[in-house]
Ligand binder design. Structure first.
Ligand code: ATP
Length: 239
């Protein structure tokens, strides 16, 4: 139900040799929220998504619903309902939108359950229904981003982690993407959003977690984050 905690990280850290990419991060995501994860370049945002989804070697505890999922390989986390996108989108340009998205249903182990009807509903929510049979290589950057989101949603996850879905979009396209992500949330998927587009993040997110140098420096509503001195200092320091 709306408002219950669905994803928890407790004391999650990731090191690469001598570099601490993520240091003792704890956070909670509630059902129906869109939570933003922001911070300057190199702050650890992608590393945090990697740690939650199982793509980075992390210490600490990660819980999805009733399941401890730290220590599980990515596809097992995905089968339990946690999926993600990648910054480079990793799409097959020669395959159609539908074929690219079908890959996601198999990754989530739900090839049997994601029938054509599910995919058509998903395509309608993301405004991809007229493009379903087009090769991805012929789509705009904005639509490619949506295909990448659709693939992550195809296995009907409870929580989806989006890594820079507005990358390469202008402000109009980014607002358009924001509308689609709101529809995704309204369809019952909880969202964690990493993005550099501050207008998108501030407009869309219920709550924002700010990372700097691998640590959480602030958590709050957009209006709190916008005026937080530590956040302003972190961004100015990085400029
Ligand atoms: P950006 O906004 O630029 O995508 P980010 O906030 O996503 O940055 P990360 O990519 O998570 O940041 O990187 C966090 C830190 O970890 C950086 O200092 C980065 O150089 C380092 N790092 C990430 N991956 C590796 C790796 N495989 N080996 C060594 N260092 C890494």
């Amino acid at each position: 139900p709306e408002g219950t905690v669905v994803l928890t990280a407790e004391g999650v850290s990731v090191t690469h040799g001598a570099i601490t990419a993520l240091a003792d991060v704890s956070l909670e995501v509630r059902v129906g929220e869109i939570v933003g994860l922001i911070g300057p370049n190199g702050a650890g945002k992608t590393t945090c998504i990697d740690a939650l989804s199982g793509f980075a070697d992390a210490t600490g505890t990660v819980t999805l619903g009733d399941h401890r999922i730290d220590g599980l390989v990515p596809h097992r986390r995905s089968r339990l309902g946690l999926s993600r996108t990648f910054q480079d989108m990793s799409l097959y340009e020669d395959l159609s939108v539908r074929e690219n998205v079908e890959v996601g249903t198999f990754t989530a182990g739900r090839g049997d359950r994601a029938d054509a009807h599910d995919l058509d509903t998903l395509f309608r929510i993301l405004d991809l229904h007229d493009r379903a049979d087009e090769p991805v290589g012929e789509l705009s950057q904005g639509r490619k981003q949506l295909v990448s989101v659709a693939r992550a949603l195809a296995g009907r996850p409870r929580v989806v982690l989006l890594d820079e879905p507005a990358a390469g979009l202008d402000s109009t396209e980014s607002r358009w993407l924001g509308d689609k992500l709101r529809s995704v949330r309204d369809a019952g998927v909880t969202i964690v959003l990493v993005d550099h587009d501050m207008d998108l993040v501030l407009d869309l997110c219920d709550r924002i977690v700010v990372l700097d140098l691998g640590r959480i420096i602030a958590t709050g509503r957009p209006d709190e984050i916008r005026t937080d001195p530590a956040v302003i200092a972190a961004y100015l320091g990085a400029a």
